[in-house]
Ligand binder design. Structure first.
Ligand code: SF4
Length: 588
């Protein structure tokens, strides 16, 4: 979810939010005649639009749709805060209030007040507001009860939760709660590929399906309290090879997630599948179990190249799997494709893209094969095309993809309109994710403690299976690391990021990155957009150089193997490109 400034011409969308908020969210607290007086169907639309224009600077947007809005007047008065009824209890109200509080803090406004409807009292109370007066207002001749609520200072939230003011470290402003996703890792494969540095293991013997499903249930139950009250907007079953697990097993893991977490009603659920390790006809059952999207590891359509990569599937397996996906109402699938393969020439790389397009995927991930430390290929490198040849392949393939109607929205990701991967977009906009399963990584934001925490589970499956709940490792990300971490993700996006997202997602002032940002702009690596910043074409090609400018002087990421800066089109660490283990909001 994005909190942004209101744009002229959005009055109608706001009015829709206002009506659904009043008639759906307030219905439990007010009578129908009170609701009708509050939000009458006939009223002076011009006056309403004028009022909105002058007092509504913040809008909450999700997937291109306005889902809430709020304002902050110079006096510290919040006149508007409405969340669409269809987004109830998804954290939109919380995100708006946190944003307003953080703006108030920056503007030096010492006190916030609002006249709050009965249905929103608890929401405001959670953010440090307390009732100073109970009131009855008269609207359209009908009496309506509300409460005047007040929050004394920008650190009120921490105080309200019994935390000392110093819980908000110097240099950090108030963090906002970002959207939340769930990543579930399945660590086994039929055979380990020689180029693969993921946390994956050749399956020797029987798949421990039942113990693993149960262990995942325990993992989710143990981690759930960290994200209580927040809605999960996407789930990603990654690996390894999750399609080794039956549809029934995947369905039961989803059931566990549903039992312990709050899942959004329009949840995106992605399953990674290996065309050589999925039962024929199983996609229908995965769909019935709740999977809405599949990511298929095609890699190439040339049998010789697939054999060189050690893949267990054939081009025919991929074609058959794609046909089955379409037939199973899973046309929203991704194909993973690699280029720069051993002995590959430009024409062959382009042929692979054309073959992929003929299967009509909704999304295509296009990665360069790189030699990752610790892999068989790193020890015995195959003959790979040189950098110039690989760059030529990238350019020629990108041209074919764009001509076929696939927009590039990330360094390695192309999608048909509206088919971007919501789960990966959450990583790239520095959202939160809970990580469950062997070696899974998580990232969670705790605004009340002004902390962003990384979590990692035990990597080795046997140890993970036997571990107790306290085996999950946690590390608070130091403030000095946040600029680099944020940019590592946000600058992968071709559209870049909104300027206000940086303070909201990191809790840091813009000043922290003003100098390196200006330097990158001067070098032509980053360009300004209407609302923020994006990498230029040059910047996308030399992203590592851009990112180095945002690194602090102090060495960091010791032991944090989850991060990679091998980003320039390369397959950097995972088919979720940033984190070996992982994986909007939210609402009142
Ligand atoms: S590349 Fe995929 S299929 Fe091959 S070992 Fe790694 S996770 Fe398993």
């Amino acid at each position: 979810m994005l909190i942004r400034e209101y744009h002229a011409g959005e009055e109608l969308a706001l009015r829709e939010v206002f009506h659904s908020s009043v008639h759906q969210l307030a219905a439990g607290h007010y009578r129908p005649d009170q609701l009708a007086a509050w939000a009458p169907q006939t009223f002076d639309k011009e006056a309403w639009a004028r009022g909105v224009r002058t007092s509504c600077p913040f809008v909450a947007e999700e997937a291109g749709r306005i889902v809430g809005y709020g304002d902050l007047q110079a006096s510290g008065y919040i006149d508007h805060l409405y969340v669409a009824g269809w987004h109830a209890r998804r954290g939109v109200g919380s995100a708006l209030i946190q944003h307003i509080c953080s703006v108030a803090q920056r503007r030096g406004i010492p006190e916030l007040t609002s006249d709050v409807s009965l249905c929103a009292e608890s929401l405001f109370a959670r953010h440090g507001f307390s009732v100073v007066e109970r009131r009855t207002v008269v609207l359209g001749g009908v009496e309506i009860a509300n409460a005047r609520m007040c929050r004394k200072d920008p650190c009120g939230e921490a105080r309200a939760r019994g935390l000392p003011p110093r819980a908000v470290p110097r240099g950090m402003s108030v963090l906002m709660t970002p959207p939340l996703a769930l990543y579930v890792h399945f660590p086994w494969c039929v055979r380990k590929c020689p180029y693969c540095d993921f946390n994956s293991y050749t399956l020797n013997g029987e798949l421990p399906l039942e113990p693993y499903v149960q262990r995942l249930g325990r993992d989710l139950a143990a981690q759930a309290p960290q994200v209580a009250g927040r809605a999960v907007t996407s789930v990603f079953f990654g690996g390894g090879t999750p399609s080794l697990f039956s549809p029934d097993a995947i369905g039961r893991v989803l059931d566990s997630a549903r039992r312990h977490l709050t899942l959004a009603h329009d949840l995106e659920v992605t399953l990674e599948a290996n065309p050589g390790a999925v039962e024929r006809g199983a996609f229908r059952e995965y769909r019935a179990a709740g999977v809405t999207r599949v990511s298929l590891g095609a890699q190439s359509f040339d049998q010789a190249r697939l054999s060189a990569l050690g893949r267990i599937h054939s081009p025919a397996d991929t074609r058959l799997a794609a046909a089955e996906l379409h037939a199973a109402d899973l046309g929203n699938f991704n194909l993973d494709l690699m280029y720069g393969l051993p002995g590959q020439e430009l024409a062959a790389a382009v042929r692979d893209v054309q073959e992929a397009l003929s299967l009509a995927p909704a999304h295509l991930s296009h990665y360069q094969l790189t030699l990752e430390p610790g892999t068989v290929f790193a020890a015995q490198p195959p003959p790979l095309p040189d950098d110039d040849a690989a760059a030529g392949m990238l350019a020629a393939c990108a041209e074919r993809l764009l001509a076929a109607g696939y927009g590039q929205y990330e360094v390695s990701a192309y999608a048909r309109a509206g088919r971007q991967c919501r789960h990966n977009l959450n990583y790239w906009t520095f959202g939160d994710y809970l990580g469950a399963g062997a070696g899974a990584h998580g990232k969670l934001t705790f605004p009340e403690r002004a902390q962003i925490v990384r979590t990692v589970q035990l990597r080795e499956p046997r140890r993970y299976l036997a571990a107790t709940d306290d085996a999950l490792a946690r590390r608070v990300i130091a403030a000095r690391e946040l600029p680099f971490e944020f940019m590592l993700n946000a600058l992968r996006l071709t559209g870049g990021f909104d300027a206000q997202m940086f303070p909201a997602r990191t809790g840091l002032d813009w000043q922290e990155i003003a100098a390196p940002m200006q330097a990158a702009i001067t070098r032509g690596l980053i360009v300004r957009t209407a609302t923020g910043y994006r990498p230029s074409e040059l910047g996308l090609r030399f992203l590592n150089d851009v990112l180095l400018g945002f690194m602090s002087e102090t060495p960091k990421f010791a032991g944090s193997s989850a991060l990679s800066i091998g980003v320039s089109g390369a397959r950097s660490g995972a088919s979720r490109p940033l984190f070996t283990g992982p994986g909007s909001v939210i609402g009142e």
